[in-house]
Design a protein around this ligand. Sequence first.
Ligand code: COA
Length: 373
Amino acid sequence: MADKPTKGLADVVAASTALSDIDGQAGRLFYRGYDIHDLAGRTTFEETAHLLQCGTLPTREQLAAYGAELVQGRTLGALVEANVAEVAAKQAPMEALRTLVSLAGADDPDKDSNAPEANRRKAARLTAQQPLLVARYHAARTGTRIPEPDPALSVAANFLLQITGRAADTRAVEIFDACLVLHADHTMNASTFAARVCAATLSDMHSAVVAAIGTLKGPLHGGANEQVMRTLEALDPSGVAQAVRDRLAAGEKIMGFGHRVYKTEDPRATHLRKMSQELAEASGDDTYYRMSKEMEEVVFETKGLYPNVDFYAATVYHYLGIPTDLFTPVFSVSRMSGWTAHVIEQHADNRLIRPDSEYIGERDQKWKPIGER
Ligand code: COA
């Protein structure tokens, strides 16, 4: 008979990884041994993706080669182009991405191979395509044409250009780039676990990423950043504290707070709070930032909970001009680098992931023919 399960697999070590590590007590996060505080704002998203997918922070030559691969990968397959308008008309952003990434797999030249080199190439292509898929979807649903990707621009700069239709200023690009770095990987979070379970059946990288996107979509995971903004938009700025207290008293969860692993402040939230404040002040209307600070204080006072990555990411994206329903897709733009690195790692040393379950149903039932039930 199986042991009692740990609900939600809390504290269960489900895989070995050299990609990222969390010290939940100290509130620290590392990518391949590098402290996130050393990377954010100093290392670009492209360098971070190379670190995760290829194993090292790149030299200038390696970065040039990887960057060229990303630029070349910024194209969408014929199947995506043929279907994006209908998908955009019928599906919400995360549903659409689930569909579009699946369609993109059909046109990937390495789709039938899980070999290490094929996986690495697919990882770069998926990382290059994801921001383009979000932008293309947004253009299709708004009936606009996105500016062509500019090969001279970084992933962050291109995305802001394609989503907002205008070139972002240098500081906005730096901030968004740091956001992408902060969201790139996070040990055995739910979507990464889903990707690894799929990959461990020796299924392909696109299938694993589709599983991850479906998992990220939920409000307890990546969907929280959108919910944070919806909460801020719904609150009366002068009644934040009371409204939050009332919600907590009613047993409601406040999105953007709490974490399975961090027992102190999420180190990513430390950066995002500062970015939110900077952008709020620069925008000339810091209402949402001030409301966020007040929410943070009340939730801590009442429940002892800290903000997680999604809390201040919401206002950062808002001030950057990103539509609220694209916040979770933005998360996927960054996390694609981590998911794909995990698939590479899983395939490199694979064993089927197949846990046990505790049976809690009826036993010794007596079968009866349909007419006697
Ligand atoms: N607001 C209010 N209460 C919260 C809370 C929140 N955001 N997060 C956790 N809690 C409370 C729970 O109600 C529970 O209280 P109880 O023991 O009195 O019942 C306790 O804290 C433990 O919560 P639980 O949901 O069991 O923790 P978990 O480890 O399973 O879940 C999260 C972790 C992240 C899913 C959870 O904190 C949450 O739902 N947060 C909001 C969604 C979110 O921001 N997700 C993004 C994560 S990066």
